[in-house]
Design a protein around this ligand. Sequence first.
Ligand code: ATP
Ligand code: MG
Length: 156
Amino acid sequence: MLFKNVLVPYDESEHARSALHVALGMVGDDGDARVHVVSVVSVGAVGAPSLSGGAFDDPYAMGGFDYDAMMGALVQRMRTDMERVIADARDGAVCRVDVNAVVAPSAVEGIADYVESHGIDLVVMGRRGLGALRGMLGSVSFGVLRSVDVPVLTVK
Ligand code: ATP
Ligand code: MG
């Protein structure tokens, strides 16, 4: 298979689960391939940057907020959430599946940075996500399509 590092941006929506299903279907039987399932927590959701330089400089300075515990719990929840999809889709597949959560100013920026920093060669993502508004394409999908140079496959 041409694609060795496939990113599935994951927001726990049904659409994102479908995307994971498709990604595993595409590269699941390739032992050299890796599927990166990544949730982006936007900075605003974690806490406002501090005046002394921002949340990234010292996450522990955020009023005793346990940053590591929060990210760990999110990754754990993603793993649980994905178990059914992986069990369905893997079907004896041998590719590696990495589960990760990252903090970024926005979901689009977090996804675009991950693509750059991890040598991602394909993004498979939901056409829509958790948002309530119905429409053609969610804002995160739209933003990713505009900001990355690798192929993006959107899934219903
Ligand atoms: P909107 O957010 O614009 O109201 P929406 O929630 O329906 O619309 P998007 O947020 O664009 O649609 O979601 C499309 C896909 O983007 C999701 O299926 C998922 O693959 C990815 N995605 C969305 N939010 C995140 C996030 N925080 N972290 C990782 N991936 C995400
Ligand atoms: Mg959304």
